[in-house]
Design a protein around this ligand. Sequence first.
Ligand code: NZQ
Ligand code: ZN
Length: 385
Amino acid sequence: MLNFEFYNPTKIVFGRDTIAKLNGLVPHDARVLILYGGASAQKTGTLDEVKAALGKREIHEFAGIEPNPSYETLMQAVEQVRAQKIDFLLAVGGGSVIDGTKFVAAAANFEGEAWDIAVKRGANITSALPFGSVLTLPATGSEMNNGGVVTRKSIQAKLAFHSPLVFPQFSILDPTKTFTLPPRQIANGVVDAFVHTVEQYLTYPVQGQVQDRFAEGLLLSLIETGPKVLAEPDDYDARANLMWVATLALNGLIGAGVPQDWATHMLGHELTAQYDIDHARTLAIVLPSLLSVRRNSKRAKLLQYAERVWQITEGSEDARIDLAIQRTRDFFESLGIKTRLADYELGQDAVETVLGQLDKHGMTALGEHQDHTLAVSRTILEAAL
Ligand code: NZQ
Ligand code: ZN
């Protein structure tokens, strides 16, 4: 097992009717800014519930954080934070709202051009406002991690940042708040959590036994629960399982002490920035091709994945790997998520564009061995046509 440090200070409050607990989680004298997305938090009543729970505190609101939150929008929130002397942020929404809130928290007291936070991947964050979240969409794990992704529309750049200063203080996970999600967002959430798990699991063996078993448990749970949430939308326990799995898939636990390969996400972010494809859908396009192209360096773990996740034990090594990748693709497709660039009306031009952007963003030595070059990305993207 590799050396590691594990730190995660986010308190999770999980279950039905837990929004009322905000009263004990947010300081009583706080000047709170509630940040949310488009119309969903209002329409579903979650926003009203949050406001009621905050009682007599001074509350302000910032609406309109879009999916794949933009720097342009978030800087308006930063202006509001400064003008109203806000000292506590509360995100109500999915990954985009929580990521956006992390950026606002870090940018509020940042000196200089705040886009630099994204350019330097968060290394220059020296302070951040405290914040919590009320999660409404299980997918990203943002509710219990220290990462965020922000898009600058004017230059079509989507960049991730990390800092120990942007962990949420707490996150409320009430599965009943996900009942209003459209099937498209549920499917996206299942695929996003699946790919997060794979990226911390399908590398090379380091005898991280419990990490492997945790990862396999999360993948098996997603394979079992994902279709159930779609088929039985009123099933509370299915929702609860999906919500907790998605959080555990990216809260640092399964990635501690094992190699990681975030190349699927890096290629996916460029596809979203250029073509506005939902985050999870970009991952579903890239992952099957990536696993196939990278089969030699991932061989041992691919065979383990085939056996333990898909119960494939017969045939040559390559046949087992091919079948495991096919099962993965079929699983995504069964959720209604297309896995080919052509399904999104993209062709060779898109491959060239994405390669240019990867180069521009320094994404030229990716993967668990940092040997995933632009040439490797080209092979993967062309295999995804
Ligand atoms: O904007 P509203 O009206 O609120 O609608 C949202 C949005 O349109 C809707 N929604 C959310 N909760 C709902 C709901 N609709 C009905 N009922 C509810 N309860 O869902 C739509 C998508 O929301 P969004 O927050 O964009 O989705 P998601 O949670 O998938 O977040 C995606 C973003 O997270 C980033 C992605 O890159 C992307 O920008 N990621 C963040 C990560 C992290 N912080 O660790 C890791 C991930 O890999 C990912 O990169
Ligand atoms: Zn993701």
